[in-house]
Design a binder for this molecule. Structure first.
Ligand code: MG
Length: 249
């Protein structure tokens, strides 16, 4: 069941979203070669707690950290570790959520650390553009799969692949609510979008095939063929008019 949110609920999610926007700004300046992924996680956790919010992922189904940090061929759900150090030339996916007064927001982006080859920068650009195109579909009256199709069409036009195993989702009083929002599919299907729907849109894109596999830690999803992957996510409200991106200032 898709739960529509009231203005009061959206206001709380906006507060959560704006904290995440600040976290993303902070991470762009903070993440440097030589840092461990656990150091990054600790900084973000302290920042969120200092803003009277709570991390959304820590403890979620036993996930041990505040940020999912997924490097290079890791697609999503990488676990921060003191032993994992960020290197020059890595692409680092940073995915996190926070909770304000019981309401969630969720975001992700992928950062190039230092210099990366043009084709890698292209992967990041195309994934971010596909999210922007998905957001542009979030008008009342559009169908859910219009959002999905916008991502797939853009990504595949550039020769990249869309991950199938993980999808976007509704969000509100829980991190994951209905509906699921795949990043692939034909347009014109699924429920109509209505004002008050809040969706976490999150394309995951690879340079090779779309298949993923889970590592022995039970969490980290990597591309099966070892190709690089990118992930961008925003929490978006369907309004009477233009969509509002809660995780953007
Ligand atoms: Mg999400």
């Amino acid at each position: 069941m898709i739960v529509l949110k009231s203005e009061r609920e959206i206001a709380l999610m906006r507060r959560a979203g704006h904290i995440l926007a600040d976290v993303m700004d902070r991470l762009r300046a903070l993440v440097k070669p030589g840092m461990s992924t656990l150091d990054v996680d600790a900084d973000v956790e302290a920042f969120i707690m200092g803003r009277d919010a709570r991390p959304a992922f820590k403890g979620y189904r036993g996930f041990p950290a505040t940020v999912c940090i997924s490097i290079n061929e890791e697609v999503v759900h990488g676990i921060p570790s003191a032993r994992r150090r960020i290197k020059d030339g890595d692409i680092v996916g940073l995915d996190l959520g926070c909770i304000v007064d019981g309401y969630y927001a969720d975001c992700a982006f992928t950062l190039a650390v230092g210099e990366v080859p043009p084709v890698v920068q292209k992967l990041l650009d195309v994934t971010r553009e596909s999210l922007d195109l998905a957001i542009k579909e979030c008008w009342p009256g559009r169908r859910l799969s219009d959002v999905s199709h916008a991502v797939q069409a853009h990504v595949e036009a550039h020769g990249f692949s869309v991950v199938r195993a993980f999808v976007g989702h509704g969000i509100g009083r829980a991190l994951h609510e209905d509906p699921q929002v795949p990043n692939f599919g034909d347009p014109g299907r699924g429920p109509q979008l209505r004002p008050g729907m809040v969706l976490a849109l999150e394309p995951m894109v690879t340079m090779g095939g779309w298949e993923v596999t889970i590592l022995d830690d039970g969490w980290t999803a990597v591309t099966k063929d070892g190709s690089l992957a990118a992930h961008f996510e925003h929490t978006v409200v369907v309004t009477d008019g233009e969509p509002e991106v809660l995780t953007r200032r």
